[in-house]
Design a protein around this ligand. Sequence first.
Ligand code: PGA
Length: 267
Amino acid sequence: MVQRRRLIVGNWKMHKTIPEARELVQELTDLLDAPAMASVTTVLAPPFTALSTVALAIQGRPYLLGAQTLHWEDQGAFTGEVSGVMLKDLGCRYVIVGHSERRRCFGETDVIVQKKMVAALRHGLRPILCIGETWDQRLSDHTERILSLQLSEALTDVGKEVGDVVIAYEPVWAIGSGRSATVAQVHEAHLHIRTQLVALLGQDTGAQVPILYGGSVTPDNIGELLPIHEVDGALVGSACLNPVLFAKILQIASASPESYQHPSFPA
Ligand code: PGA
């Protein structure tokens, strides 16, 4: 039986100056009981400008550092970009890849997402691959097709470190909308993703990869999302900017430390 630890990731997006970042980590720590947190892996993903500040602020505390994107080359003439080597250098352990805001606002295609996956894994960073359908795609019954396509494109030729991948199912329409997907929708999507992972990566690796849910996660809905089969944790946007709300989410997650596996995927 594979035990998958709870993983909660706070995606700060383009928020928080350096003093604000320091304050957020401090407030979060003041609100949390460190031993309780030991059962949950918590990743903070601030903007690039606050990474080194947050790296220092989390020393000796139960958080890991994540970045929000990376470039696929290690160095070169790519004005404005940041590479996996640089993120590793700052102490990052995770990196979000293919977030729908990057796909929509910055033209990231599945081909680019795949290159970023390879680069992250090459540098020992765990990529959190975001996939999800738009509302129109859901209405026209294309959700599963889109999820399969985004998964298979992004995981093509990623190499033997593929077991380090994390998937985040983020329906585009649920992000920042205050309208989370329903329990039934999350259940169905996560089961589909698990089936695809097992088909693409084989039973052992496919059953090991954590699948997070993201899209308007709050302290009010995390308690009903985490018990769903194949939900291993959450990717949290807006609510992670408020230390009280994020601490509540982490407390609820630490009270349900293991995820449930669907009986079709025993390992
Ligand atoms: P949200 O963002 O929690 O504000 O919906 C989630 C995300 O974009 O990762």
